[in-house]
Design a protein around this ligand. Sequence first.
Ligand code: LLP
Length: 412
Amino acid sequence: MHHFAYRGGELYAEDVPVSTLVAAYGTPLYVYSAATLRRHFTAFDSAFGGLPHLTCFSVKANSNLSVLKTLAAMGAGVDIVSGGELYRALAAGVAPEKIVYSGVGKRAAEIEQALTAGILMFNVESLGELERISAIAKRLGKTAQVSLRINPDVDPKTHPYISTGLKKNKFGLDIENSLAAYAKAMELPNITPVGIDCHIGSQLTSISPFLEALDKILTFREKLCAMGIVPRYLDLGGGLGIQYDEEDPPHPKEFGEALTKALGDLPMTLILEPGRVIVGNAGILVTEVVYTKKTPSKDFVIVDAAMNDLIRPSLYDSFHAIREVRPAGRETLNVDVVGPICESGDFLARDRDLPAVAPGELLAVYSAGAYGFTMSSNYNSRPRAAEVLVDGETVTVARRRETYEDLIALER
Ligand code: LLP
């Protein structure tokens, strides 16, 4: 459920007409709904109300400060994967003791930055990383709390680029050798193993892979306890999918119930790292039709948003619903919706039935709140889109549109 809806024949973001936003801020324009963010966060977080838990929003999905502030104000923690994300999270007011740090390539400076900030824990993905964290913590006179990220070898049945919990993926430590890794963590100075971590993939539309992974992790936990290491935290990562098209992902409540049941009354704090399910359907990308073009084999709708603004269709062949901002009840055409970038891979939709729109009209690309702006670039020297956050009737420019000066500001 989100707060983008038609009133009197035009699309609103909460209480503001989308066309009003465009008149003020132009296109392409990312529009986020604060009420939707809060609603999704509450739905997710309350689904785990029966367990000690911490919901750590995955910053990579949407790292805009206004979005992070909205979630931090609700008590959210965050999952970060870089020093840049840590910097943003702290700037947004996220409490350091609610920050978990994942990722296979943490650099020394980033580890130092996180230790200095006093984050809750590192999700460690290799022995080399474990040794490096230990050495840096020792030098700083600090103790690093760590979870080891276990790769449970479970197929999440999602797009191969966003599957992470299979043996062949670069993530985590293989489950067979992980006991030895914990033994090593016990020996190393300035390290305290406090938990177990696992993240198997993104946009999962069924609960069973999560339960399969959890089952393996709980068996592993027993072995760990037998070694005298009793984990206080269990981090199950993110990955719960959303509806883009006709998927029917489980509701967070169902997800929460299933995990709560599987965990029973084990004395652990559950950590969850949801990204997409919080922010995906809390954002749209608004774009203007520049031209329509007919070729002997196809109809094209050429819009002013492109793969540099939203790369998901090009990269994953993913579906994003596209609707008129002011529906006019016209006949439908089968079209490709494409951007101005000089690549045939630059499309937002292919073979899509869309009303016969005309230049100057506005289209809304749905489900663009997650992995939209965060994956955008300046390709073709296109200044990046503006982002606005709507909260009822209040509009915040969450990020101003980039200018041509911004494009060259760091160059000589
Ligand atoms: N935790 C870890 C360790 C992750 O790697 C990820 C996502 C998450 C949490 C959040 O997953 P979510 O709840 O959002 O599914 N760019 C791709 C998605 C990449 C996901 C990477 N990791 C896309 O646009 O579909």
